[in-house]
Design a protein around this ligand. Structure first.
Ligand code: FMN
Length: 206
C-alpha cells in the first residue's frame, strides 16, 4: 500500500475503536497528556482565526463533585419532566439515567466553552465568527488526541449548562459547549449495542 494511503487507513482504524465510555476507574492520568490534547484542540481552524474556544481542565475532586451535583439536578429535571417522549425512547439503548457518577469517578473533566467574543493578541475583546463550528472541530481534535493516547472519553451535555459559568467563574462571553469526561475505562467495559452507518450511507460522489 502507498505510504499516504496506509497512514490514512491506519488513522481510520485507530479512530474506529473510539467509543463513548460511561464507567471510569479512579486511576489518575498524567496532566501532560491532557495538556497535549488541549494544545492539539487549539490547532483547529477557526473563523477568521479568532480561536473562539476555552478549555477548563478540572481535576480537583471538590470541583468535580460540585459539577456532578449541579448536572444531576438538571438531568433529573430532564428525565422526569422536560424530555420529549421520543428523546427518552432514543436514549434507551444507552441505559442512561440522571445519575452521573462518571463526573466524579473519571480522572479529569475538560469543560469546553465556545466564545462569542475573545481577546486579540493585545487583550482587546473582539467578536468571533462561526464560534460553534470552530469549537466543534477543536473538540473533534481533542477527542482524537485523548483516544490515541489510550484514554477513554465521554461527551456529556447536561442541558442547560450555564451553571458551569458561575461554578468555574466565566462571564457570559463564554458559552458552555460540552463536558469531555476522560480517564481510564472501568473494566469490564459495557458498551451499548449501536451501529455506525456504512460509508455509502454517509457519503456521495459527484
Ligand atoms: C453533542 C453530543 C452530545 C452528547 N451528549 C451525551 C450525554 O449527555 N450523555 C451521554 O451519555 N452521551 C452523550 N453523547 C454520546 C453519544 O451518545 C455517542 O457519541 C453516540 O451514541 C455514538 O456512540 P460512540 O461515541 O460510542 O461512537 C453525546 C455525543 C455528542 C456528539
Amino acid at each position: 500500500m502507498n505510504k499516504q494511503i496506509e497512514k490514512s487507513f491506519n488513522f481510520y482504524q485507530e479512530m474506529s475503536l473510539r467509543r463513548s465510555i460511561r464507567e471510569f476507574s479512579s486511576h489518575k492520568i498524567e496532566e501532560s497528556i491532557l495538556i497535549n490534547a488541549i494544545k492539539t484542540a487549539g490547532t483547529a481552524p477557526s473563523g477568521a482565526n479568532k480561536q473562539p474556544w476555552h478549555f477548563a481542565l478540572v481535576q480537583s475532586q471538590d470541583t468535580k463533585q460540585q459539577i456532578r451535583k449541579a448536572a444531576e439536578e438538571i438531568e433529573r429535571d430532564f428525565y422526569d419532566r422536560r424530555a420529549p417522549k421520543q428523546w427518552l425512547e432514543d436514549l434507551k439503548p444507552f441505559s442512561t439515567t440522571a445519575s452521573k457518577a462518571y463526573l466524579t469517578e473519571a480522572s479529569a473533566l475538560v469543560v469546553v466553552f465556545s466564545r462569542t467574543h475573545t481577546e486579540d493578541m493585545n487583550g482587546l475583546l473582539q467578536k468571533t465568527y462561526y464560534p460553534l463550528e470552530s469549537t466543534g472541530i477543536a473538540v473533534g481534535l481533542l477527542l482524537a488526541s485523548l483516544h490515541q493516547s489510550g484514554l477513554a472519553t465521554l461527551t456529556h451535555t447536561p442541558k442547560p449548562m450555564n451553571f458551569l459559568n458561575s461554578l468555574l467563574g466565566f462571564d457570559k462571553s463564554y458559552k458552555p459547549y460540552m463536558i469531555i469526561v476522560t480517564g481510564h475505562a472501568k473494566q469490564p467495559v459495557h458498551l451499548p449495542d449501536i451501529k455506525r452507518k456504512e460509508t455509502h450511507q454517509i457519503m456521495s460522489v459527484h
